[in-house]
Design a protein around this ligand. Structure first.
Ligand code: TXA
Ligand code: MG
Length: 319
């Protein structure tokens, strides 16, 4: 049975007792397990249906805790963490032997993040041990930005959910590999390449092929709704939906569609930030309504739009 919790401290206590507990963060919900315990990690991979070659992010309550997860802190990582941690930044570091090989999919490196969200910090401070936490969705599904969506995916499969919704960015953290000569951006997020380069000028964006070897998780399908997702241009005067039946189509984007009343669901977001924040929940809502198609407006790949464009393409199966 899955317990509903309302206390972050209780969530932290259960994590320390080797339970699987989902909790909110400032990016998306995470599903936590002690990062040093093989048995709990096996249960976590099974609960998510996650392939064992996809490594997890280890979450810490504070920067001082890094020696519990990593063997060393390369200079580039120190600079980036001083600038952006706590926050939506994950750095890949040389792995400490105490971290289970299951958490890192047998890599010699470990991904580390220190969340900024106060609720998450209370959970992690109480647990007081490194907590491996992938996003709290069933593997391949859109990430969860509400506890209700976590419940939908995970009820009966995990021990507890911390039922608190927080103001979140809505996209997963920026992942940067700091084990090489230069930092390498593996997954775009709220902290942009330009911001990273403002701190370590040599930071590079991984081209897709090297990202695949550096970040095995990117091989697998991600963020997929059940309905078929199409990326569309912002609607202009010339679009030809006049004759189409839109009654089974869910639409979202920055524009208001001329035919908005004919869609099954129509959501217009005021800003890219707003779009990012609501994107995963929109996909889930479309599936709950059994929409047959989802049309998402493309965004300009700048700043947070770069990360959102990445998720849009993955959700559409284009990456
Ligand atoms: O915002 C987030 O990062 C959320 C919250 C819960 O913190 N977590 C999250 O975890 O998105 P997950 O498991 O959905 O994504 C982890 C990503 C994957 O792309 C994985 O391949 C990469 O981090 N990763 C983990 N360990 C790695 C490592 N040692 N080297 C390279 N990439 C790694
Ligand atoms: Mg995920």
């Amino acid at each position: 049975m899955t317990q509903r919790l309302n206390s972050p401290e209780k969530a932290g206590e259960l994590l320390a007792l080797r339970r699987l507990v989902a909790f909110p963060t400032e990016t998306v919900f995470g599903l936590g397990a002690i990062a040093t315990d093989d048995e709990t990690l096996r249960r976590l991979f099974a609960a998510k249906g996650r392939p064992s070659d996809n490594p997890l992010i280890v979450h810490l309550a504070s920067l001082e805790q890094w020696p519990q997860a990593a063997r060393e802190l390369p200079e580039s990582a120190r600079l980036l963490m001083d600038a952006f941690s706590p926050g939506p930044l994950t750095v890949v570091l040389p792995k400490h032997p105490a971290i289970s090989r299951l958490a890192t999919a047998s890599l010699d490196t470990v991904a580390v993040r220190i969340p900024a969200c106060e609720v998450t910090r209370r959970v992690l401070r109480t647990a007081a041990v490194p907590i491996a936490a992938p996003s709290a969705n069933r593997s391949g599904r859109p990430s969860c930005t509400t506890w209700q969506s976590v419940w939908e995916d995970m009820e009966g499969r995990i021990d507890a959910v911390l039922c608190e919704n927080v103001q979140a960015i809505g996209l997963e953290s920026t992942v940067v590999d700091c084990t090489g000569e230069y930092p390498l951006l593996l997954r775009p997020g709220a902290i942009s390449l330009a911001q990273l380069q403002g701190v370590v000028a040599e930071t590079l964006a991984a081209v897709q092929t090297s990202a695949l070897t550096n970040s095995p998780g990117l091989r697998h399908p991600h963020y997929r709704p059940v309905a078929c997702l199409k990326l569309v241009r912002p609607p202009g005067d010339g679009d030809d939906v006049v004759e189409s039946d839109l009654s089974q189509v869910a639409y979202c984007g920055l524009s208001e569609h001329r035919a908005k009343d004919r869609f099954k669901l129509h959501r217009r977001y005021a800003t890219v930030e707003d779009y990012a924040q609501n994107f995963y929940e929109f996909l889930r809502e479309s599936d709950r309504l059994f929409a047959s198609e989802i049309w998402c407006e493309e965004v300009v790949a700048e700043g947070l739009g770069f990360a959102l464009a990445d998720r849009l393409q993955r959700a559409a199966g284009l990456k």
